[in-house]
Design a protein around this ligand. Structure first.
Ligand SMILES: *Cc1c(COP(=O)(O)O)cnc(C)c1O
Length: 576
């Protein structure tokens, strides 16, 4: 009936008009609507991401980041200016020449082989050549002057490892049916390490080729878990700035954004409230180190565990470096971290994975590490499965396909030969030596004025920095190198790191470290005082390697030059 329509006339006519539109125009209208919806969607996502960014970095932090990015870009542009660029190229080239001379030059005469020998070598020939290779001048780590690198080095253990590896040199755990003993040994290594770290009965794990692979696996598992269970497509993880570089590698390899939480002094552990601010729906993993590589400090794992539980997130504890020392601390008579708050391992309910390097303080041959998970489901997220590969149904637990069974035999034999008692003894020697160095820095009249320990180390690593930057710590590093020491420079802030291993616990080694350090600090202080008196009249001395590299790196807004030098270094490794 006319006049009884519930709609006002104007609207009715509009609707009729709309109906009257030709179909192509209706399609265009719909497309416009979709376009507008998409625009709104992207704007919302941008706003959301900006909000998470701002909350994570803070307003000032975000401004600082934008400023640094601009500064970096300007510097990059400056570096690419024609005149500047050729200068930079020249510098990089000269660094490459230095590296080549240092890495591929030998004091003794050596033969170089770039093609297979036409005729097979005789045993005699081989033996002679191998002995000559072994005699090439190298760092005498046996004297205990090297930080890290060789963790045990005892003759007897080397014999045991060689024997075990020889027995299983052809074995490959990818063929579990062909090599049943290697499968058994691998499972037992994992079981023993799970038990050392207080895993529940349903805990699981896998052996890997090293700490880096263990960390890669933990990050991959967390990423796959978040993707499967929560549909996370833009994964992010939150790591302390002191966490190992392997986490950045995982970020690059697996497309995970790395949110770095700065760890300021004086304690240099990760500030928990800052970790919390970075948590958002894309977060897939929290990380703490026990201890970290740069300073040997242990993050507040109990607090991270509480945060992980509260936000239902996985928490990885990097115990690569701590390895077998960590579970032995208490038994060796030292304080164990956070003992009255649940410790640092699976006893804390929020800890979901732990990486443990059997090839560090587990004293196994290099190429061994273990990744532990709270349960089998987490381990399954690292598996690779290809059911329809033309070569057959395929599955492998970690990165490698074929793997060296010999290394598993070497690790298993080391663990059995050393036993709990052996690891406790080693922990006692190593941690005592670290404490000796620490006490010297805190109490020796010369050292205590010039150096301060970074944080509160509890295990094998100690790092120190220069008080008020009065002396350049990298000059100290270079002077120590000149005396045959191989210590490690850390940056941001500048420091020097020593990882005590068994060779350094030998009689006299640590005393000579302290003596050399005292002598060098005295000289450095005198030099700095002289320079201050003479003003600019005295010409700055030529800087050593460490001071040059880190001095330059620290002062540059953009590290592209450093990156180019690293590329040159890596290239040099493959010069035959
Ligand atoms: C050594 C180390 C790693 C990685 O170990 P690699 O075996 O060299 O791959 C990871 N985290 C920490 C704290 C380490 O010291």
């Amino acid at each position: 009936m006319p006049g009884t329509s519930p709609l006002p006339l104007s609207l009715q006519s509009k609707l009729q008009k709309a109906r009257a539109l030709p179909s192509w125009q209706r399609i265009v209208n719909n497309l416009n609507l979709i376009r507008q919806l998409l625009l709104v969607f992207f704007i919302l996502r941008f706003v959301q991401r900006s909000f998470y960014f701002l909350r994570g970095h803070g307003v000032l932090g975000s401004i600082a980041m934008v400023y640094h990015a601009a500064h970096k870009q300007l510097y990059r542009t400056f570096l690419s200016l024609p005149g500047v660029r050729s200068k930079v190229d020249k510098q990089v080239e000269s660094a490459r020449k230095d590296l080549e001379a240092k890495l591929t030059g030998f004091d003794e005469k050596v033969n170089r082989y770039k093609q297979l020998p036409k005729e097979p070598w005789t045993q005699e020939q081989l033996k002679t050549e191998l002995e000559q290779l072994a005699a090439i001048k190298r760092t005498r780590w046996e004297e205990g002057k090297v930080s890290g690198a060789v963790y045990h080095g005892g003759e007897e253990l080397l014999e045991i490892q060689a024997e075990a590896m020889k027995l299983f040199s052809v074995s490959n755990p990818i063929h579990a049916d062909v090599f049943p003993a290697v499968r058994k040994m691998e499972a037992e290594i994992v079981a023993m390490v799970l038990s050392m770290f207080n895993a529940p009965g349903y805990g699981a794990g896998a052996t890997t080729s090293g700490g880096t692979e263990s960390i890669l696996m933990a990050c991959l598992s967390a990423r796959n878990k978040a993707r499967t269970e929560r549909g996370v497509r833009y994964p992010e993880m939150i790591i302390p700035s002191t966490a190992h570089a392997a986490f950045h590698k995982a970020g690059q390899y697996f497309g995970i954004t790395v949110n770095l939480v700065h760890c300021p002094g004086p304690d240099y552990t990760v500030p928990i409230h800052k970790v919390r601010r970075f948590i958002n729906p894309n977060t897939i993993l929290l990380v703490g180190s026990a201890p970290n590589y740069p300073h040997g400090n242990i993050d507040n794992i109990p607090a991270l565990s509480r945060l992980a539980i509260q936000h239902k997130l996985p928490l990885h504890v990097d115990c690569c470096l701590g390895s077998f020392l960590m579970p032995c601390l208490a038994k060796a008579g030292f304080p164990s971290p956070y003992a009255d708050e649940g410790g640092f391992d699976f006893k804390l309910p929020g800890v979901t994975s732990i990486s443990v390097d059997t090839h560090k303080y587990g004293f196994a041959p290099k190429g061994n590490s273990v990744i532990l998970y709270r349960n089998k489901q987490l381990r399954q997220y690292q598996y690779f499965i290809s059911p329809d590969w033309s070569g057959g149904v395929y599955g492998s637990p970690s990165i490698a396909g074929s793997r060296p069974g010999a290394l598993i035999a070497g690790a298993w034999a080391s663990m059995m030969a050393i036993g709990e008692k052996g690891y406790i003894d080693a922990t006692h020697k190593i941690v005592s030596t670290r404490i000796t160095i620490q006490n010297a820095i805190k109490e020796h009249p010369v050292l205590k004025e010039a150096l301060t320990v970074m944080g509160d180390p509890m295990v094998s690593v100690i790092a120190f920095e220069s008080v008020d930057k009065a002396i350049d710590i990298y000059d100290v590093a270079d002077a120590m190198s000149a005396k045959g020491w191989h210590l490690n420079s850390v940056q941001d802030p500048p420091g020097l790191h020593v990882a005590v291993t068994l060779p350094m616990t030998k009689d006299g080694a640590v005393d000579s470290l302290i003596e050399d350090l005292v002598e060098i600090i005295k000289k450095e202080k005198e030099r700095v005082a002289q320079q201050a008196q003479a003003g600019t009249l005295i010409e700055a001395r030529k800087k050593g390697n460490q001071a040059q590299l880190y001095g330059v790196a620290g002062s540059l807004p953009d590290k592209s030059i450093v990156e180019r030098i690293v590329v040159a270094y890596l290239d040099t490794l493959y010069l035959a």
